[in-house]
Structure formats: C-alpha cells, structure tokens
Design a binder for this molecule. Sequence first.
Ligand SMILES: Cc1ncc(COP(=O)(O)O)c(C=O)c1O
Length: 453
Amino acid sequence: MTGVQPMPAADRLYAERVNPQWVRLLNLLEMNVRYERCVGAELFTSDGRRILDFLSGYCVHNAGHNHPRIIASLKEELDRCGPAMLQSHAPELAARLAYHLTQRAGGRLRRAVFCSSGSEGVETAIKFARAYTRRSKLLYAQGAFHGLTCGALSLMSNPFWTEGFGPMLPGATGVPFGSVQALEDCLATRQFAAFIVEPIQAEGGIQVPPPGYLQTAQQLCRRYGTVFVLDEVQTGMYRTGPFLAAHHFGLDPDIVILAKALSGGLVPVGAVLTTEAIANAVYASLKRALVHASTYGENGLAMRAGLAALEVMEAESLGPRAETLGSQLRKQLRETLAPYELVKEVRGMGMLSGIEFTAPRRLSLRAAYEGFDRLHPAMFSQVLVMHLFRNHDILTQACGNNFKVLKVAPPLVVSQDHLAHFVASIHETIAFASTSPRFWSEALRMARRATNI
Ligand SMILES: Cc1ncc(COP(=O)(O)O)c(C=O)c1O
C-alpha cells in the first residue's frame, strides 16, 4: 500500500494543520489536556482528572456545559427536519427568540438582528448607528474588548490586538472608561455615530464603572445625538444577576449586543437588540429589506438553543443565583486574601469577578514580582493560572487586556463546594507565592522555556 500515512496524534495534527503556536503555549502552561466530557461546571479529562471551569469559555457557559434540556431541544430541532437557511422565509423561531429577548431587555429595545458571533454583533451595531445618525465616527472606552474583526478591533486601544492588521476604521476614538468629561468633549462635536461600551469591562480587568458613569454617558449620548450601545457579550444573559448588566444601572440603551451564552454554549450565535427607529433606518424600504443580513444568523439550531437557554436559566433562577453566590464569593475572597500584599483588590458583579494583583511592599517579594513583570507582564498571572490548573484542577485565565487581573467566571450552575474549593485553592497559591521562593523559581523556568521553544 502506498500513500496511507498513520494519523498523527490529535494535538500534533492540530499543530500541523490549525495553530502550532497555540499548542506550544498550552504545552508551556502544562494545560494541554484532552477533555472528554464536560457537564455543568466540571470538565473530565482522558487521564481521569476532574477540572473545575472558572472561565466558562469567556462567559459562554452560563447555563453550564452541555445542559441536557438545551441538548434535547437541539436534537428535537434536528429531528424535525424543519426549514433552515432558506433565505426566503420569515423563520418562526427567530421571531420567537426576538420577542423573548426584547421583552426581557425592555425599554426601547423592540427589534432583534441575529448573527453568529459577538464581533459580528459589534459590526452590526456600527453599521446601524451610522445608518441612523448619518455620522461616521465611533467612540469607545479604552481597555475595551469588542472582538477581532476589523470594525470591532478599531474600538480597542490595546495595540497587541491591532498591530499588523491595520489600517483600522478611520474616526474611531478611545476615551478613558469612567471619564465623563472626556466623553462629553468628544460627543459635543456631534460627529460621533455611536458610543460603544461594555457596562463592566471584562477583558479590561473586570472594571466596574464609577457610580453614575453609565447613566451620565447615556444622557450625554441622547443630548448630542449619538447612539448609546452596550456590548453585553460577556455581561448579558444573567451573568451579573439581571438579564442585562444594564438593568443594574437602570439604563435604557439604544442598542445591546448579545452573543456567547445566548445559545447555551452549543451553537454560534449573536443578537443585536435595537430600537424601531434605528432598525427602520437600515431596513428603510422594500429595496433595502435585506441590506443587512447574515447567512447563518437566524438558523434554527441557534434560535432553538437560544430559546432553550433562556428557559433553563430562568427555570433554574440562574440570575439570582449569580447575584447571591457571586457576592458571597467576593466576600470570602476578600477575607481570605486580605493578609497578602500581592492582592490589590477583589471586585465584580454577579458571577463575574476579578482578583487584581500588585507589586508587594516587602522588598524581596517586590523584586521578584517586578522582575517577572519586566520579563513579560503576563508572567505572574500565567504562573498562577498554571498552578491553579496543575495543582488544584481549576481552569482560569487572566483578563486579555489586563494581565494583572485573574478572571473568576464559573458557569452560573457552579456549586457552593466548587466555590469553596476555588477560595481554598487561590488562597494556597497566593500564600505559596508570598512565602516560597519555589513559586518564583518555577516562574523563572517557565520564562526560560518560553524563550527557548
Ligand atoms: C465584550 C465582548 N464583545 C465582543 C466579543 C467578541 O465576541 P466573539 O468572539 O463571539 O466574536 C467578546 C469576546 O470575547 C467580548 O468579550
């Protein structure tokens, strides 16, 4: 026989055919395990480990991994052999999901536009705001993460994401998150189509807005004719307690972007909720009936999953659960981590929390911390992530735009026992980093491996 090659091991094949650098990074962090079964907040590996998910795929798995009711509704949808992507009818499931989402969002949000990712939702918001205002400029908050398509990238200040991919959209301007004055200075020019902001900056380091900031931002947007857009891709779908984080702050936005947890973590999905006036500015005539659409946007599986995910999250009261357990968790973390200089702050809302680290005052420890910071600003948090994973079977990550903050965002079905294990594990890890040179020598070895491979 000729030409038949033995199949390489899965990760070798992945490295060869998909992304070798990702496999190298996972190997470096000792996180390249093979997951076999994921249920609720627990991930089971082929070598018999049970890992607790405190990342939720960046807030995708609010309803827990592979929720049986969401799976059952997807199977039903497949079995019914219904219409899918005919692009020639008005899909009933999209209508029903649009109704349920806009009902829950409330305020002036009465229309939904479906797509297949958060980034695509951001692109949609940009187009709709431009069409409505007939302005082109865009305002965003520095430190934001809005996605990796060119429009979304243009709304991100961290050059790490944009370098090499330019030019970005012209007329996109960043203002400091929380600064009313900087925002008003820009808005007052009346040139901006939209101000796009996460109510709580997730990848920016779980930044909770200063009191009154978002309410004032909304008022200013109204005053100067700018569309007020909330990116709730991570904060929506009960992650922080209410359906939208906007509801914590009594906001009435013009556009809300949802994705991630909307389909229960099983089917790509995104939804842009908007006002009738904005939607009508886009779909302004028969000729423009399909001027903005997306092939898979209203597909039956995503819509079914969305309806089922809503049902599950509400039947299981996951919003109130996120709020109660989330504040208990932060209280426990604050108390447990209070003695450690390495920990600057624990903050968050609902089940979206962050632990911020800082250089300690004690000289020996400070030298080690700052040394690592100079090597790479992510070094300390990545060693922490590695410890939590390897020694305590906990999956976490640092925030993408702020490596000083460890993100704590388990599925909303996480149990009290899981949370207690997390608190004990982070305590042990921080205590180890604060007292043992072994933590730092290991970090150094990792730094060397990172530069050698
Ligand atoms: C706040 C926010 N907006 C938008 C996106 C982009 O979503 P997607 O990766 O589905 O394109 C993300 C992704 O992490 C996000 O966190």
